[in-house]
Ligand binder design. Structure first.
Ligand SMILES: [Zn+2]
Length: 355
């Protein structure tokens, strides 16, 4: 039996005003520690109320279940999206517009957070949608192969990768080159450093150039530069979550919750990406080489390719697009996610164009 990994998320939660003109009612009589929920993290649904009370939320931690992000300074959006192995995986995004702090959270399979509507919701309202249930975990796909980019195991009912045009975009893209480093401090002992670095770099190229088997041309995404290994920590917190913005982009390992394969945090301003960090789980689920007699193993490079997709501006496709790299569930025992499906490629083309 194999299970699937849930990649990230989406549903909608909270909108709050962070204006100075507070009309705080009875709450204003309470000590600021109470009104602003000082001394603790702020649940996403409480962001609206806290910001309406005139609380400065910059630097505060917003949580949605176990997922958390630190509220960025004015003009910045921070988002974290996961890659799971089974069950639901939450994602969380917080935007500080200067006049409002907006928290958007979601669950696996509900597609992108794209569309822009979420940040236009009136201040003080709370909208939440129930994440659609994910498709049954009954995959019996066990492709045993060792060659790179093996054929995509078909998912019943879903279009083949080169016929599925679906994509969802985030609201940002890189407008300059992306410099990144790799931190191997918490790499599993079974991995080889050179292989990991090679596959992280390959994964970046897969996504950036739009590697595909659909006959589509190379994409014109801004260059990426691998700057070597680093001991600098990921700006990703266990839980998982996203810390304060820094502009060093790091790909590394960490002990993520058992349902997660990976987690990407990214920060953008006015649609321009400014930073991204990717944490890959250092548990037993991933392999840099899909083994013979594979049953419950996921491809490292394919997983990282998916994560780079988030870093470059793609969201999840939503359900029923299970053969695309940006589907929220990754199929085990195959390297198919190293190549983009038609929808993945179209999404990247929309953002960056072709050469
Ligand atoms: Zn994902």
């Amino acid at each position: 039996m194999t299970s699937r990994r849930v990649l990230a998320v989406a549903a909608f939660v909270t909108v709050g005003a962070l204006t100075g003109t507070t009309t705080a009612a009875p709450a204003s009589a309470r000590p600021v520690e109470d009104r602003c929920l000082r001394g603790g993290s702020i649940p996403a649904p409480a962001v609206a109320a806290a910001s309406q009370r005139g609380c400065s939320l910059v630097g505060r931690i917003v949580t949605d279940g176990h997922v958390s992000v630190v509220v960025p300074r004015t003009g910045i959006t921070v988002a974290g999206e996961g890659v799971g192995r089974r069950g639901d995986v939450r994602s969380l995004r917080v935007t500080n517009t200067g006049t409002a702090v907006v928290a958007v959270s979601g669950g696996g399979g509900s597609g992108g957070l794209e569309g822009g509507g979420w940040y236009l919701a009136p201040p003080g309202t709370t909208t939440s949608t129930t994440a659609p249930t994910t498709s049954p975990m009954t995959s019996t796909t066990t492709t045993t192969t060792t060659s790179p980019t093996v054929g995509t195991p078909a998912r019943a009912g879903d279009l083949p990768a080169c016929r599925d045009r679906a994509f969802e975009l985030e609201n940002h893209r890189w407008t300059r080159s992306l410099r990144y480093r790799v931190n191997l401090a918490k790499m599993p002992a079974r991995f080889h450093a050179k292989t990991v670095v090679r596959q992280v770099r390959s994964a970046n190229r897969n996504m950036r150039k739009g590697r595909n088997t659909c006959g589509k041309p190379i994409l014109d995404t801004p260059a990426a530069h691998y700057r070597g290994r680093t001991s600098k920590k990921l700006n990703v917190t266990r839980g998982p979550g996203c810390g304060r913005l820094n502009t060093t982009n790091v790909v590394g390992f960490g002990n993520l919750p058992t349902t997660l394969l990976g987690w990407t945090c990214y920060w953008y301003r006015g649609g321009r990406m400014v930073a991204a960090d990717i944490m890959i789980d250092n548990g037993r689920s991933l392999s840099t080489k899909v083994p013979d007699n594979c049953s419950n193993t996921w491809d490292f490079e394919g997983t990282v390719t998916h994560e780079w997709g988030h870093a470059y501006g793609l969201a999840h496709t939503g359900t029923r697009h299970g053969n695309l790299t940006m589907h929220h569930l990754l199929k085990p025992c195959s390297t198919y996610a190293r190549t983009l499906g038609l929808g993945d490629w179209r999404g990247m083309k929309r953002l960056y164009g072709v050469r």
